[in-house]
Design a binder for this molecule. Structure first.
Ligand SMILES: [Zn+2]
Length: 413
């Protein structure tokens, strides 16, 4: 490490998380702060007021991605980015994503307290729509930043009510004017709760992610025909809802078939139209995803699923087609940054475990354009995407200190 590491202010850090937990609170103690909702707007306003109150520059791009910048001594150098997301699932926890943004803010404040100026600027980033719960796919806006998705495509993504990302940004006043991406960044650090039980069960405070699971997501459209549920003979029915059910069972079966090799598949949502008793559905949409630790296995699962789709249609007298597909976890994390985090943890005496990441994160996309690294911290019983998600400051401080040390070393490079 290049310098003695100053202390973070644990209470100040935790208070930002507690303040966030008040905005968009869910009925069961968690958060229901869907991306670009009114509550998300309030959280963004608070985050910006903290940043401006501390004298940092705030830049908002056209997708609402927000960058809080503490200048370096040489601002011609690309900055070090630290961040995650402030949006949550409809029944989400208080820490998923929020931890990583607040950790970045605390690092900037701790540097101020210690009177340290780093060589490179450090920017704390809040990525818009990491969850994808309102506007699929997930990690939409870090994906545009990384050149994976087109900006106009992202702006036109609709929610279930037909409101687009562009309209939702305008409604909460968070459509910025900075271009999305297209600038050089030195590196990207993200700290996130594990969302699984490995660290919690082992009593280890830090996970260093060496590689992501390769995940594929799909939007599948099933087409049938409206008809009366009474007189229409069974043989003439083209029920899109039934076609979607056949697809759902098939996708789930593929996950079970690969479970012994850590393959997983999920059918997360079915929308049927008109979804009214008495009418046979003419249309159904499914959102599915599948993943595994081995890219070849994920490819095999995809082949199985795609090959089985026409059969699901034939069996139910419907047409089944993949309307959209996306990938995350194609790019490995940066060996040099992983080594930096390892050695920082060693210097600070923080025990860690090396592991793969099974959930998608913005770091997956940013890894395509800059060296990136992902750190995990424990959460109770691995519960996440659930209002019961929980942890304590003492379980998060070791990871925060390692992140701080690694970011500081990188920013002085
Ligand atoms: Zn998250």
């Amino acid at each position: 490490m290049t310098r003695n590491l100053p202390a973070v202010d644990g209470d100040r850090f935790w208070n930002t998380i507690l303040a966030s937990a008040e905005i968009g609170a869910g009925p069961h103690g968690g958060l229901a702060r869907l991306t670009l909702s009114e509550a998300d707007g309030q959280m963004r306003d608070l985050f910006r007021s903290w940043a401006e109150g501390a004298g940092y520059g705030v830049t908002v791009d056209r997708l609402g991605n927000t960058f809080v910048r503490r200048p370096g001594t040489d601002d011609t150098l690309p900055p070090v980015l630290v961040g995650s997301h402030l949006d949550t699932q409809a029944a989400g926890g208080r820490f998923d994503g929020i931890l990583g943004v607040m950790a970045g803010l605390e690092i900037l404040r701790a540097l101020d307290d210690a009177g340290i100026r780093t060589r490179r600027a450090i920017e704390v980033v809040n990525w818009t729509n990491e969850e994808g719960g309102r506007f699929p796919p997930p990690m939409l806006c870090s994906g545009v930043f990384a050149g994976l998705h087109d900006l106009d495509w992202a702006l036109s993504r609709p929610d279930q009510a037909g409101v687009t990302v562009a309209e939702a940004l305008d409604a909460i006043g968070w459509a910025g004017d900075a271009p999305v991406g297209g600038r050089e960044i030195d590196s990207y650090f993200e700290i996130h709760i594990e969302q699984g039980p490995q660290l919690w069960e082992a009593g280890i405070p830090l996970g260093i992610v060496t590689a992501p699971y390769l995940a594929r997501g799909m939007r599948i459209e099933v087409t049938g025909e409206n008809a009366h549920s009474g007189p229409t003979p069974m043989a003439r029915r083209r029920n899109a809802l039934v076609g979607a059910a056949a697809v759902a069972l098939m996708v789930d079966r593929v996950g079970h078939d690969y479970a012994d090799r850590e393959g997983k598949s999920t059918v997360a949502r079915i929308e049927a139209s008109p979804n009214i008793p008495g009418i046979i559905s003419d249309r159904a949409t499914l959102f599915v995803d599948f993943r595994s630790p081995d890219p070849r296995l994920t490819a095999e699962m995809e082949e199985r699923i795609r090959a089985a789709l026409p059969g699901c249609g034939a069996e139910t007298n419907t047409e089944v087609a993949v309307a959209d597909a996306w990938t995350f976890g194609e790019t490995a994390f940066d060996p040099e940054l992983i080594e930096l985090v390892r050695s920082t943890a060693g210097d600070l005496g923080v025990p860690y475990r090396e592991m793969m990441s099974q959930a998608g994160h913005d770091a997956y996309h940013i890894a395509r354009i800059a060296p990136a690294v992902l750190l995990f911290t424990p959460c109770d019983e691995g519960i996440s995407h659930n209002e019961a998600e929980n942890t304590r400051l003492e379980d998060q401080l070791p990871g925060l200190q390692v992140l701080f040390g690694a970011v500081l070393a990188r920013a002085d490079r």
